[in-house]
Design a protein around this ligand. Structure first.
Ligand SMILES: *Cc1c(COP(=O)(O)O)cnc(C)c1O
Length: 231
């Protein structure tokens, strides 16, 4: 059951309050963690309602649907993040239309994104997706594969490697929720020790944003708790 567009201001305010509480509980600076509103399978009207409350960053997973909404909302100053599976047949539109891609996990795709990034846009900001728990999802590199891919991606001229993203299996247990986020934070700090200029941990969703903020998330990706169930 999708929520009404009229409910979005209140739902968004509640998520912002949760995020502020989580920052405070973790001893982080207020506003340090960016909120990415995940608008996949939500109509343009829902995005517009959130934008009217000052939300600028939106995450989409399905390219065709995303492009339609981007065109409908072209008059608004929004920042689009691609968070869905990234295959070679999607790179051209992602490179041309998005500011960020969070789900990079293959060098071939990275090379295409770099080649296809239009010259009049700044480099595409990218995160490498890491499968820290080693199960369920087939997306993401293993921690062992990460340094090699990071080195190759960092060398591509039209990409800017910003950090890491993970999408762990859902859990209701806060301790279980924190383990993969801690592993991702350690992988980022290992990259920094190796000299990579990376600052982004894209982790945490509606059900586990507090755990992610406690472990150092810099971007949380929240869909359901802002927009209601997906259509
Ligand atoms: C759908 C999705 C989200 C948002 O999940 P919610 O549980 O609705 O907050 C976050 N990240 C990715 C990669 C997603 O596909």
């Amino acid at each position: 059951m999708a929520s009404n567009v009229e409910d979005i201001p209140e739902r968004l305010a509640a998520v912002r309050a949760r995020l502020a509480d989580a920052e405070r509980a973790a001893g982080r600076e207020p506003g340090e963690v960016a909120l990415l509103a995940v608008s996949k399978r939500q109509p343009s009207a829902a995005i517009r309602a959130a934008a009217e409350c000052g939300q600028r960053r939106f995450g989409e997973s399905y390219l065709q649907e995303a492009v339609e909404k981007m065109e409908a909302l072209a008059a608004l100053d929004l920042e689009w993040h691609f968070i869905g599976p990234l295959q070679s047949n999607k790179t051209r539109d992602v490179a041309a239309r998005f500011a960020w891609a969070h789900s990079l996990d293959r060098l071939k795709v990275a090379r295409r994104l770099s080649e296809q990034r239009p010259d009049d846009l700044p480099p595409l900001q990218v995160c490498i997706q890491v499968n820290v728990s080693g199960e369920a999802s087939k997306s993401g590199v293993t921690p062992g594969e990460l340094p090699g891919l990071a080195e190759a991606v960092a060398a591509l001229p039209r990409l800017r490697l910003r950090g890491l993203m993970t999408l762990p299996a859902p859990s209701d247990d806060p301790r279980m929720q924190r383990a993969p986020f801690r592993a991702l934070a350690m992988a980022l700090s290992d990259l920094r020790v190796e000299g990579f200029d990376v600052d982004t941990l894209s982790m945490g969703m509606s059900g586990d944003l507090e755990a992610a903020v406690a472990e150092g998330a810099t971007i949380v990706r929240v869909g359901t708790d802002i927009f209601g169930a997906r259509g």
